[in-house]
Every structure is written in structure tokens, then in C-alpha cells.
Design a protein. Structure first.
Length: 97
């Protein structure tokens, strides 16, 4: 089932709070961070979503650098968020990376 709006945001936040205490390399923690970022982005809160997307991308690069598809998705999420904030030059740099 897909959730939207306030429910999606509440679930994303609850997921993050559940797994935040785990190691950085824990897959559930990583996925919870992504869910939280996506929920913030879908809720039209790009200024709050951007640091979450950036943290998610940094984690991927640091611990799962072999996951090219995951890195591409994380870069795209961050780039879209930057574009939503009107920071098109920065978004373009990420899209071309």
C-alpha cells in the first residue's frame, strides 16, 4: 500500500527513529534514511530533504561504493531536490557526475 502526505512523512520519520541507533553500515538504517528523505521530498519540503539526500549519498559512497545503481539513484534524488530549490547549477553537476 502506498501512503502520501502526512502519513508518508510520519512513517518515514518513525522508520528513521527506529533504526538510527544502528551502525552506519546497517542496511535497514540506510534504507530508513532514504525513506525519510523521500517522504520529505514528496511532502514538498526540499530544504529539509536535501541534507537527508546528501547524507544518504555520502553513506552509499563510503560504504557501498560498488552499488553504482544505488549511487545513481541517490545522486538523482539529491539533484532533483536541488532543482526544486532553484539551485540548478549544483543539480547539473550532480546529474553529470
Amino acid at each position: 500500500q502506498d501512503f502520501h502526505g502526512a502519513v508518508e512523512l510520519a512513517l518515514g520519520w518513525a522508520c528513521w527513529k527506529t533504526y538510527v541507533g544502528r551502525l552506519e553500515t546497517d542496511a535497514s538504517r540506510f534504507m530508513a534514511l532514504g525513506m525519510c528523505g523521500n517522504a520529505l521530498g514528496q511532502s514538498k519540503r526540499p530544504e529539509e530533504a536535501l541534507p537527508v539526500f546528501e547524507a544518504n549519498l555520502a553513506l552509499l559512497r563510503r560504504h557501498w561504493s560498488h552499488n553504482e545503481k544505488g549511487i545513481l539513484i541517490a545522486q538523482t534524488n539529491a539533484a532533483n531536490c536541488l532543482a526544486n530549490l532553484g539551485r540548478h547549477d549544483e543539480a547539473l553537476v550532480l546529474q553529470r557526475a
